[in-house]
Design a binder for this molecule. Structure first.
Ligand SMILES: [Zn+2]
Length: 338
């Protein structure tokens, strides 16, 4: 009988010992035979810091290759976290879709794979699917709590927030939102996904773990402010999990909600986009968010995009030109301030 794809062993070999103590810097080595390296590999950096018995946190960045707060915070954390201060284990993969990260693109230049649409992955699939499969079967099962950093990449920009999802298991949901509160980003979101199939988020949540994601900015870069939010949030989450001692540094956060698909606006046609509201601005139902001008000639009225609900502008399209189908904006409602 053929072994099903899901049960075939992963081709990825870790060069770290997940049961070892102290600090280990190594790689996940993924065989990738290609023109410039017949028996070559993709070498995904990984760091394991462990000491004493305790919970395990898995911290990942660059699940999308053009999102930089996670990698900036996690390369630093891997270098500075003192194992003597740890109770448990921290597994850090600062650039999960490493080929995409090196190319500065959302998806992998090898197979165009969008890692966060490739879960649970396949051990006999593309390079991106093999990464997803390894994370699903070998990294997530080790973890009690998972933090996966995102931001808007080159085409979106967000208010800086940590987020969790509504879940069928209300006890698990509460534990996820407690972790979001502990992260203490300027904003905290009850997040609605456009399509949750294939996401790391869904895979972690289905395994019953505590999961926190973020959207901390975007526009293809990271700022001093957004990196600091990521850095402090990582440490707060490790304190919340009991892996670092002390309480999370409580700072005020504004709780946001995406109550329905009305929060998303998509462009109907291409053109030049002129926003009438910036990130964080309050918007009311019916108010113009943006105008999109046809650029072939003058004298054509722009298409006006209006808010379908009251709230604040939580995300926006970044490039000055927009295409049909692009996500133009996201509106979120403010539910509570702490
Ligand atoms: Zn992302």
């Amino acid at each position: 009988m053929l072994t099903s794809a899901a049960l075939r062993p992963s081709p990825i070999t870790p060069t770290v010992d997940f049961d070892g103590k102290g600090v280990q810097h190594g790689h996940l080595r993924l065989p990738y035979s290609r023109d410039d390296s017949a028996w070559g590999s993709v070498m995904i950096p990984i760091c394991v810091i462990a000491n004493c018995e305790g919970p395990t946190a898995l911290l990942t960045g660059a699940n999308h290759g053009d999102e930089y707060e996670g990698p900036a915070a996690l390369f630093e954390l891997a270098q500075t976290l003192d194992p003597a201060a740890i109770n448990g284990r921290v597994i850090i993969v600062p650039a999960l879709n490493y080929p995409a990260f090196r190319a500065g693109t959302r998806t992998s230049p090898i197979d165009r794979g969008n890692l966060n649409r490739s879960f649970p992955g396949r051990s006999d699939g593309t390079v991106t699917e093999k990464i997803a499969d390894y994370v699903t079967r070998h990294l997530i099962p080790l973890a009690d709590i998972v933090l996966d950093f995102h931001s808007g990449g080159r085409t979106l920009d967000f208010l800086p927030y940590a987020a969790a999802h509504e879940l069928p298991d209300k006890d698990q949901e509460a534990r996820c939102f407690d972790a979001v509160a502990a992260f203490a980003a300027p904003f905290s979101m009850k997040m609605l996904e456009i399509d949750a199939v294939g996401m790391l988020d869904t895979t972690v949540e289905e395994m019953g773990k505590v999961f926190v994601t973020t959207e901390l900015g975007g526009a293809g870069t990271a700022t001093a402010r957004s990196i600091e939010i990521a850095r402090k949030g990582s440490l707060n989450l490790l304190r919340h999990a009991g892996i670092l001692s002390g309480e999370p540094n409580a700072v005020p956060t504004r709780w946001l909600d995406m109550p329905s698909s009305d929060c998303f606006t998509f462009a109907q046609d291409e053109g030049l986009i002129a926003f009438a509201a910036d990130l964080g601005d309050p918007v009311r139902t019916g108010e113009v968010i943006a105008r999109v001008y046809s650029v072939g000639k003058t004298g054509i009225a722009p298409i006006e995009y209006r808010a379908a609900m009251d709230g604040v502008l939580a995300a926006r399209h970044v490039p000055g030109l927009i295409k049909a189908g692009d996500c133009l904006s996201v509106i979120a409602t403010i539910t509570e301030e702490t």
